[in-house]
Design a protein around this ligand. Sequence first.
Ligand code: IPM
Ligand code: MG
Length: 325
Amino acid sequence: MSGRGAKKVAVVGGDGIGPEVVESALAVLRAAGAEIEPVFVEIGLVRWKRTGIAMSEEDLAALEECDCILFGAITTPPDPNYRSVLLRIRRELDLYANIRPFQSEKLDFIIVRENTEGLYSGREEMDDEQAQTVRVITRRCSERIAEKACDLAAGRRKLTIVHKANVLKSDRLFLKSCQEVAARRAVPCEEMLVDAAAYNLVTNPGRFDVLVTTNLFGDILSDEAAGVIGSLGLCASANIGTDHALFEPIHGSAPDIAGKGIANPAGAIRSAAMMMRWLGEPEMAGRIEGAVQKALASGAKTPDLGGSFGTAQVTHAVVGYLKEI
Ligand code: IPM
Ligand code: MG
């Protein structure tokens, strides 16, 4: 860690399987010797049912006050007026880069998703006959996500800019902005239409290295990529801003399996590893990632991967390998 003493980490279990997988991640962090001070913050659907609000201003301030956030999952209530808590956190803390690494024995690529604008602009209206959402793309946000993608592409093969510029003017600006940044940074770069990228992800995922794209395309392609890797439960993400960051598995709250003890903790544990890297502990992050890889290779698999291990057993296996590494 860069500074001295424990880092304050806001811990949001959330709803459904969120608390279960976050508990696993915390157990692995403890076993790895992470110097963190957890600050538990209750937000989400359970909180909303209990108090009528999903996240207060004080909660947001508490999140902001910590060094970073370890996040489980939140269920969206069936209320048209409900505003997604996760989207609000991303927006308020300006967590502009959503970084999603996809790794298996054969594959290794990263989706870098713009996390603050595009079709998630919040600029929309609806009546009984018509609804519209404004797809906002700015040069500023396109350039900063391209910079982040170029940082990640350094030392790797190439950057692929994924867009729909043949139809959308907004994506012409996105493409142009990203190309300019890549040229300035001397990062080898190609571009690809999003529909072709969706096809190639399934037919030839090995051709990709670092992909950069707009908000909704990144949302959709990252679930597709998780399917290609084998399960949503395996995949981690980092939502990074200038001075804040939130780490979360890319799966949702999966209410159908909540409380059964069978949720795959790998995505949450890998998210915790990304967090330690961001906190300045790359060696520890690498050890945790290595232990997850070994546990999976040894057959410690939850039902989403065709195995019969429970969440606690997988966690135990990861902790075991951590001691060996
Ligand atoms: C994700 C999720 C969120 C998104 C939802 C929960 C608002 O699907 O992180 O990928 O759309 O960004
Ligand atoms: Mg998603």
